[in-house]
Design a protein around this ligand. Structure first.
Ligand SMILES: Nc1nc2c(ncn2[C@@H]2O[C@H](COP(=O)(O)OP(=O)(O)OP(=O)(O)O)[C@@H](O)[C@H]2O)c(=O)[nH]1
Ligand SMILES: [Mg+2]
Length: 319
């Protein structure tokens, strides 16, 4: 466990590029735009209709065909399109502190172009995080297979990968729920996850942790879990930690294999150092590995006995 001297980093905000890749990625970023500030919004797709002017700092039309309507669910076409545009992609990523890629896996662009975009991103910036959505089970096994292949390719690029599970989200809806409502819900869940993530990594009010620390934990990449709990401290720490290690919209994560973690705590004035160590120890006990753990604290006297925890866990594979 690393517990550093209290210091608040300079107020200069890191340069974060939030990039929607393919139809789903671009749609999802359109939903988050009004909430998330201090980032550059970039859209990348082979289909021109996603790239209409509006919220974007940059757009990149992937591939040499200006009339393309998409890659027709063919990842090889997506891969080729991204390779043809790799210089344009690299130009967009210059001088970034963090690049966040968002895509639905299983289609041509989200599955084929994303690993190439991730590779270029990683050449330009040490920290690349991908928020991905796995296909719905009813979209067929081929899409799921493509999605798994994409996941393996992303891992090779050493990017951090958060995998939202459409299958798990579906369990919360009855079979007669309109598909559009489910898609909207997936979009909402993902935008909220991304928005919280950006809020935390750009927070200047945390004690003990700064953007450079987060970069250290995130830069080797791997599968990433994000969970959150909000409890009264007298509810018992184990309950709070278990709550924070549940996230029913993400693919199942094998905590025993986690080797890095970021723990963020917001608490009231009664919060003490002993509790902090207890939480760190409890987290380390979840894994069979030696966890590299960093902790950040945000003390808000008005919270009194409340503790909010956000936990990022990273490991090399998904169970
Ligand atoms: N939440 C959400 N998921 C979507 C949306 N559109 C598509 N998806 C999911 O993302 C997967 C990929 O779809 P797209 O993003 O449209 O495909 P693409 O990457 O643009 O690739 P092609 O269109 O095949 O060239 C689909 O199989 C769906 O599971 C959306 O608007 N919201
Ligand atoms: Mg498309």
């Amino acid at each position: 466990m690393i517990l550093e001297d209290s210091s608040v980093e300079s107020e200069i905000l890191p340069s974060i590029k939030l990039v929607g890749v393919g139809g789903a990625g671009v749609n999802i970023l359109t939903q988050i735009h009004h909430k998330t500030t201090s980032v550059d919004f970039i859209a990348m797709d082979s289909a021109g209709n996603s790239l209409e002017p509006g919220i974007w700092t940059h757009t990149v039309r992937l591939g040499n065909n200006p009339k393309s309507l998409g890659c027709g669910a063919d990842p090889e076409k997506g891969r080729q399109a991204a390779l043809q545009s790799s210089q344009l992609i690299a130009d967009c990523f210059k001088n970034s502190d963090m690049i966040i890629l968002v895509a639905g896996l299983g289609g041509g662009v989200g599955s084929g172009a994303l690993p190439i975009i991730a590779k270029v991103a990683k050449q330009e910036c040490r920290v690349v995080v991908c928020f991905t959505v796995m296909p719905f089970p009813f979209e067929g096994r081929k899409r799921t297979l493509f999605a798994h292949e994409t996941y393996s390719r992303l891992k090779e690029e050493q990017v951090a990968i958060v995998m939202l599970s459409n299958k798990r989200v579906l369990q919360h809806f009855s079979p007669n729920t309109p598909l559009l409502k489910i898609m909207e819900e997936v979009g909402l869940q993902l935008t909220s996850l991304i928005d919280n993530f950006i809020g935390i990594i750009t927070s200047t009010s945390l004690i003990n942790i700064d953007f450079a620390d987060m970069k250290t934990i995130l830069s080797p990449g791997g599968c990433m879990f994000i969970g959150r709990s909000s409890e009264l401290s007298n509810a018992g720490l184990d309950i709070s930690i278990d709550q924070a290690l549940k996230n029913e919209i993400l693919e199942i994560f094998d905590f025993t294999q986690a080797n890095r973690s970021i723990l963020l705590i917001e608490a009231g004035s009664s919060f003490n150092l002993g509790t902090l160590y207890d939480i760190g120890e409890a987290l380390e006990d979840k894994s069979d590995k030696d966890i590299e753990l960093i902790m950040g604290i945000n003390l808000e006297p008005a919270m009194k006995d409340e503790i909010n925890m956000t936990i990022f866990m990273l490991g090399d594979f998904l169970s």
